[in-house]
Design a protein around this ligand. Structure first.
Ligand code: ZN
Length: 274
């Protein structure tokens, strides 16, 4: 692959314990494969600290995001949200011009795949974070699983004011893609699932989604691309997603990189070669 091509992994949990023994190697393999920046989401109270630690170790390469992930919404969700709000306010004040400034709210969203036990709380927590997105003028990094109708319903009153964002780990069909893309400042995050043999994304995406509405991601440590499927994922494997999209859109790899980098810059204000 041409060394000059760089691109962004917009979603990787590099603060996870899966990387505690070899994060420097993971980062250096990512850089070698062309990754120019990685966005790392805090998802709960504990990861507020661990995400910032990773980003501090790799400033200008790892960029922090913060939100309450829907599967992390439990009885204490209101306290966690108030801690997160405080963390945002401190960060925006202290790190205003630094690479450690939060670049997005998230990951946040709705997930009714396993359980609807906290459905009401998930909806309220997500709505709160929509309000933050408008208040702080930060884009959203959204997790949506088995909840598209509910999600679009909650977002509806805010769509004109929201600065935009990403529906991360998109694996749906053409119709689902079209519904998300009706929100015109939003993109779909495409990851390793697109490389799976069984995946219909390679046909559905070119049919329904312009590259101008796609960003690349890995969702590491989950969802590793073919040929690494089932193994621990890492940011370097984003290149497999890039290659897959180039093939299915029938464009060059550098074109996919250029267009998705522009999308990332438009949404997050971060350049791939930061
Ligand atoms: Zn995630």
């Amino acid at each position: 692959m041409d060394n000059k091509i760089t691109f962004v992994d917009t979603h990787a949990h590099l603060d996870g314990e899966e990387y505690q023994n070899d994060l420097p190697e993971v980062i250096s393999r990512a850089k070698q494969s062309g990754v120019g920046a990685v966005f790392v989401p805090a998802i709960n109270r504990e990861s507020i600290v661990t995400v910032m630690k990773v980003c501090r170790q790799h400033p200008g390469f790892c960029f922090p995001m913060l939100g309450l992930q829907p599967e992390e919404v439990k009885e204490d969700w209101q306290e966690v949200l108030s801690d997160m709000k405080q963390a945002f306010e401190d960060n925006l004040c202290k790190e205003a011009d630094s690479p450690l400034k939060y670049i997005a709210i998230g990951e946040c969203g709705l997930d009714f795949y396993w359980s609807r036990q906290f459905e009401k709380e998930q909806l309220q927590a997500f709505e709160k974070q929509l309000e933050w997105s408008i208040e702080f003028q930060l884009p959203l990094m959204i997790h949506c699983r088995k909840a598209q109708n509910e999600m679009l319903h909650v977002m509806q009153p805010y769509v004109n004011e929201l600065p935009g964002g990403v529906f991360h780990c998109f694996t749906g069909n053409q119709k689902e893609a079209e519904r998300f893309l009706q929100l015109d400042r939003f993109c779909l995050g495409i990851g390793g699932v697109s490389t799976f043999k069984s995946s219909h994304l390679r046909e559905d995406l070119p049919a329904a989604v312009p590259l101008q509405r796609i960003v690349l991601e890995t969702d590491s440590p989950y969802m590793a691309s073919v040929p690494f499927r089932g193994k621990r994922n890492e940011s370097a494997f984003a290149v497999e997603v890039l290659k897959t999209l180039a093939q299915s859109y029938n464009v060059s790899e550098s074109e996919v990189a250029t267009i998705t980098n522009n999308n990332v810059y438009r949404l997050f204000g971060v350049s791939a070669s930061a």
